[in-house]
Design a protein around this ligand. Structure first.
Ligand code: SAH
Length: 364
């Protein structure tokens, strides 16, 4: 498919917008539903055999059924597959498909790069390049669902590149598109939005009347430690983040989950554990304690530190799980996604070709 900027990306359109588009082509209303369903199955216009040929030709002149081109696909021994998709402007988008025993999760990116510069996260080191459109977010799921076939994608997590609440409108539109019964049809309860802790965005999301799961990347229980790890904490301290989380839990009736990447000696002291218990008192929540994944020059932490820290929390009555994120061997685990220049200069590899080119040079 040749991506042309002037052609509308139909994956970016809600059903009513698609209906408007087709109305202008003098098409009956029921065509919108057919087209929406085809698009979200990843079909090309030629595939849409129950649409008149003349309409398919017209659509191809005016629009595109998605704009992303698959560049790389690499599977880790743990079964997580990292995908790199290329946008028409040359930017690379990373997504991860994770097969579990009873669920299949797609981890999507919401931005190219990220503005928040959390100390241990590769995406943050890249800085923000641009927001993704709703269509680009949806297309990640469409393409990974095609790759997973016949397995059905059951869960979506906004835990790839970027800060979803900093690209709020596109993320919310993508949620509504992915949620739609005529499309991918994933229930809001099976969609999780993860944030570095933007109180305004959390409160706005709480008011949407959606059952989306909220995850907050906490990583510390006191402002002095969190200021160092998650710089946005200097603007929005823990008290604001926790207050917003409380509103979210109250409005949606859902538990909030907290991610806590263990950085030994820094945020896993008994004092941090004690403060975390106090901080979350009365809040319906759980804590996912995560060993740190490898970054350039940083060795991954072993699971022991994470298990120890989780043990202290558990003993104090906090619901807690230790989670090792998958896909580390292909740099597809939490905090490792980064579409940097070293990847971009690689040959135009197709699926499974040019594996090494998928990795930042320093990590090879
Ligand atoms: N910006 C959002 C979405 C990204 S989610 C957020 O911050 O929540 C990616 C998750 O991976 C975040 O919880 C992030 O803090 C975590 N992470 C970043 N670097 C990591 C690393 N080196 N090891 C383990 N997890 C990491």
């Amino acid at each position: 498919m040749i991506a042309t900027a002037s052609k509308a990306d139909l994956l970016d359109l809600l059903p009513e917008e698609l209906a408007g588009f087709l109305r202008r082509l003098d098409q009956p209303a029921y065509r919108a539903r057919q087209l929406f369903s085809w698009l979200h199955r990843g079909a090309s216009f030629e595939d849409m055999t129950d649409l008149p040929k003349s309409l398919r030709v017209r659509l191809a002149e005016l629009a595109q059924p998605g704009t992303l081109e698959p560049r790389l696909q690499e599977t880790a021994p743990d079964g997580a597959t990292r995908f790199v998709l290329r946008a028409p402007d040359g930017e690379l988008i990373e997504s991860v498909l994770i097969l579990h025993a009873r669920r299949t999760t797609v981890c999507v990116s919401s931005q190219i790069g990220c503005a928040f510069r959390c100390r241990f996260c590769a995406t943050g080191q890249q800085g923000l390049v641009r927001d993704l459109t709703a269509g680009e977010i949806v297309e990640q799921v469409v393409r990974l669902q095609q790759a997973a076939h016949p397995t059905r994608v059951t869960n979506i997590v906004f835990m790839g590149m970027g800060e979803p609440l900093a690209n709020y409108d596109a993320v919310l539109k993508a949620v509504r598109l992915l949620n739609h019964p005529d499309g991918i049809n994933i229930g809001a309860r099976h969609i999780a939005i993860s944030t570095c802790g933007l109180p305004k965005g959390i409160r706005r999301l709480a008011a949407e009347g959606l059952q989306v799961a909220l995850a907050i990347s906490l990583h510390a229980a006191t402002d002095d430690v969190r200021d160092q790890l998650v710089p946005v904490n200097r603007k929005h301290p823990l008290s604001e983040v926790i207050a917003a989380a409380g509103v979210y839990a109250q409005r949606t009736g859902r538990k909030v989950s907290f991610q806590y990447v263990v950085l030994p000696g820094l945020n896993d002291t008994p004092e941090q554990a004690r403060r975390l218990v106090t901080l979350t008192r009365g809040l319906p929540c759980m804590v996912n304690v995560i060993p740190q994944n490898m970054l350039d020059g940083v060795t991954p932490t072993d699971d022991r530190a994470a298990r120890n820290f989780a043990g202290i929390l558990r003993a104090r009555g906090l619901p807690v799980a230790v989670r090792r994120s998958r896909g580390a061997e292909v740099l597809g685990a939490c905090g490792q996604l980064r579409a940097d220049a070293s990847r971009r200069t690689g040959p135009p590899g197709h699926d499974k070709a040019g594996r090494a080119d998928a990795r930042p040079a320093k990590a090879r």
